[in-house]
Design a protein around this ligand. Structure first.
Ligand code: NAD
Length: 520
């Protein structure tokens, strides 16, 4: 089947998506409930990062097609917002079931287009599925408030209402989880949606949209448009779109935040990161090493919560030797190999950038303990593979420290005391996550109190909160006021209407008072 059309048999699947047209490799848009092929002559190849084979092609949606998607969302809104919340929840309930049943298909698509291992791809789907599960309780999550008798015969209550048409712009690194952070919350609140998947791996969004429609989502409630900068700018400028969720790099995120805010839109923008693991000398060695290896090299380091920097408090030498040993044992291969620990990085350009940053570290005096730049995977020599790489003696003025590398590169730094380690972390511009590894509650509590990062792990390497909490990056890792999913996510996708009602016996009322009404 074309959407997974790569020659190696381990990628083949019998499930042909219903949205494919003839022999076209082109991924259609989804407009008003129909998968429609774009009339645009321009498209971008979606490449399998393990082989460079063309998996599909993403069209650069025309402005007329974009307008049609927004109109479909606008047209579907009045009846969708008046659809009972229980009906909307039931669609989510069905969707979570369908996602479970299609887990393997979704994971295979992710591995083919994004490169991560199948097991990791399943985790990608699962962490998004949890948001769908949470959206099944929207009736309670969206509940308003009520105070009876605020004045004589007067009650006040607040209602959380949907905003209207909302939009989501996605990055490449979690092709299922991040679209699922966005549209399930938005639509279950009663909004309608225009989703723009990453042009590098649109397949999972397409499968999810197909499942949402199978779950009973009415036409026009969820629409998908493909493309890059132009369609993103159109989303920012559109008069009918009320709110935008963005996840991706700082360059794009800050551009979108300012351009869309200037148009009066709500924006939540989750951006880049440099997450530190602070290792205290009293930490459990085995558990900490496992955590560092998994969180530094998992998904080839392409996670916004990857622990890319370790700060050893005290003597780092014994730790470095042990990390090196374990990193060397990791297996790099195509993501469909069940033995693979890490797959390729997303593109040739990403690999070049990662290699350049490794070299810049070496040039500025870092010690290269392990070099993964020249790795070759037999049978996949053209793949964008980078093996686990470790740079030691890194200092905070080096480019390899200041830049987000977004590859399988672990940076090791030293601090004499916990105070010094906290200072290093707080000086970094990013504030997505931090983790401390220790057996001392006192040290953990001190770090939790003093650290300037939105998500703290205590002996937990990747503390991505479950959906009853929110994803709370801070500093340069986030722009906006209301975070993704959880209570804040529901607040983001709703606005409050406050009603004050008076029901009393009006007979015998006295004349008009022109003074400002006060509670009686
Ligand atoms: P990216 O910014 O290149 O792309 C994200 C989206 O923005 C894509 O849909 C792309 O088409 C669009 N885009 C890119 N440049 C644009 C521009 N100049 N103008 C308008 N639109 C533009 O990001 P990516 O490479 O796909 O994703 C990796 C980044 O995402 C990393 O920085 C990572 O840390 C970050 N990320 C953050 C989180 C988080 O929750 N904080 C989660 C995942 C990824």
């Amino acid at each position: 089947p074309r959407v997974f059309a790569v020659t190696n048999s381990c990628f083949s699947t019998s499930a042909q998506p219903s949205w494919t047209h003839g022999n076209s490799l082109r991924v259609p848009n989804l407009i008003g409930g129909k998968f429609v092929e774009s009339q645009s002559r321009e498209s971008i190849d979606v490449l399998n990062p393990a082989s460079q084979e063309v998996v599909s092609q993403v069209p650069l949606t025309t402005s007329e097609e974009f307008q049609a998607a927004v109109s479909a969302a606008k047209g579907a809104y009045p009846s969708w917002r008046n659809t009972p919340v229980t009906t909307r929840q039931r669609i989510m309930f069905k969707l979570q079931d369908l996602i479970r049943k299609n887990m393997d298909k979704l994971a295979l698509n992710i591995t083919t287009e994004q490169g991560k291992t199948l097991k990791d791809a399943q985790g990608d789907v699962f962490r998004g599925l949890e948001v769908v599960e949470h959206a099944c309780g929207m009736g309670s999550l969206q509940m308003g408030e009520y105070v009876s008798n605020v004045s004589n015969g007067i009650d006040t209550y607040s209602i959380r209402e949907p905003l209207g048409v909302c939009a989501g712009i996605c990055p490449f690194n979690f092709p299922a989880m991040i679209p699922l952070w966005m549209f399930p919350v938005a639509i279950t609140c009663g909004n309608t949606y225009v989703l723009k998947p990453s042009e590098k791996d649109p397949g999972a969004s397409m499968i999810l949209a197909e499942l949402a429609m199978e779950a009973g989502l009415p036409d026009g409630v969820l629409n998908i448009v493909h493309g890059t900068h132009e369609v993103v700018n159109a989303i920012c400028d559109d008069e009918d779109i009320r709110a935008i969720s963005f996840v991706g790099s700082n360059t794009a995120g800050m551009h979108i935040y300012s351009r869309a805010s200037a148009k009066g839109k709500r924006v939540q923008s989750n951006m880049g990161a440099k997450n530190h693991g602070v290792v205290m000398p009293d930490a459990n060695i085995d558990a900490t090493l496992n955590a560092l290896i998994a969180a530094g090299f998992g998904a080839a380091g392409q996670r916004c919560m990857a622990l890319s920097t370790v700060v050893f408090v005290g003597d780092s030498k014994p730790w470095e030797e042990k990390i090196l040993e374990r990193a060397k044992a990791l297996k790099v291969n195509i993501g469909t190999d069940p033995e693979a620990d890490l797959g390729p990085v997303i593109s040739v350009q990403a690999k070049e950038r990662i290699c350049r940053l490794i070299q810049s570290g070496v040039d500025s005096g870092a010690r290269l303990l392990l070099d993964g730049r020249n790795i070759s995977v037999p049978g996949y020599e053209k793949g964008n593979f980078v093996g686990p790489t470790i740079l030691a003696d890194v200092t905070s003025d080096m480019e390899c420290y200041k830049e987000e590398i977004f590859g399988p590169v672990l940076i090791c730094m030293k601090a004499d005391t916990l105070d010094e380690a906290i200072k290093i972390v707080n000086k970094n511009i990013y504030g997505n996550g931090v983790a401390i590894f220790t057996t001392s509650g006192v040290a953990a509590r001190k770090l939790q109190n003093e650290i300037e990062a939105g998500q703290v792990g205590i002996n937990v390497p990747i503390p991505v909160p479950l959906p009853f909490f929110s994803f709370t990056g801070s500093k340069a890792s986030f722009a906006g006021d209301l975070n993704f999913y959880g209570k804040a996510g529901v607040q983001f996708y709703t606005q409050i209407k406050t009603v004050t009602q008076q029901w009393k016996d009006f007979s015998g009322s006295t004349g008009a008072s022109l003074a400002m009404p006060t509670s009686q």
